[in-house]
Design a protein around this ligand. Sequence first.
Ligand SMILES: O=P(O)(O)OC[C@H]1O[C@](O)(COP(=O)(O)O)[C@@H](O)[C@@H]1O
Ligand SMILES: [Mg+2]
Ligand SMILES: [Mg+2]
Length: 287
Amino acid sequence: MTASDPDPVDDVVATIARSAAEIRQGLVGRRGKADEENPSGETQAEADIWADELLADRLSSIDGVGQYASEERSEIIDAGDDQVYVAVDPLDGSSNLKSNNTMGTVFGIYDEPLPAPGSALVASGWILYGPITTMACARDGSVTKYELTGGGRTVVEEDVTLPDDPLVYGFGGRVPHWHDDFRAYVREIESDPGHKLRYGGAMIGDVNQVLTYGGIFAYPALEDSPRGKLRLQFEGNPIAYLIEAAGGRSSDGTQSILEVEPTDLHDRVPLHVGNTELIDRLEAALE
Ligand SMILES: O=P(O)(O)OC[C@H]1O[C@](O)(COP(=O)(O)O)[C@@H](O)[C@@H]1O
Ligand SMILES: [Mg+2]
Ligand SMILES: [Mg+2]
């Protein structure tokens, strides 16, 4: 590729950034449930289906994109090219639409056809629909944060790294369903006077707090759901890639999320991300 060649990775990131204002606006009037389930067996919000269709149309028509896949559709769209393969969680935390709390859009750009391991990611990121709309994007081992206004994108911080002193923690899943070793680890984290709880019911909101303040977010393996809740291609890998690029660690309990081999497009994965020291301690606790 020469400097003047189009770069499909840039084009995908720019298209998602440009679409964010429209997605945010389109949430109005689409806060209800649709009468449909996604491939994970969850009832879809009207906005889940709408945002998926909007992103599918736009991303699959970009030159160089070979596939579009999403948490909200069972089949991969064959986009005809063979440079990059895009996996999206169109709306992360869409159950927060009812209470009007934070949500996001998550994306992973792979250089192998899907399902692919996280080691095949070339970029990933998320949009956060908070009081303002922001984007965090990882590429080439470096994380950049942006503020998004209308179609525009302004860099607010480059080479973002997790703060050294972890502050926040958030753990998903019903507490009675946590395994005993995980519960014991949580009690340790909670009892540290330097830590405080942050859990908002949208992975992106909680992980963005970890990126901002340092700490740990997990949606662990549960007694009634051995692979947890979150999806490897659409949530686990993109988040892990970004947190690792920011100097943190990810783990499925024993190894980096990026090393987990997918067996199915909609595989789930126990997800733990955050400061290296806290993930090291977690893996020791789960041994
Ligand atoms: O309601 P729970 O069990 O706390 O689950 C919350 C988790 O589920 C999710 O909402 C799943 O993502 P989707 O909303 O994209 O399905 C995460 O964002 C969040 O961390
Ligand atoms: Mg999600
Ligand atoms: Mg979703």
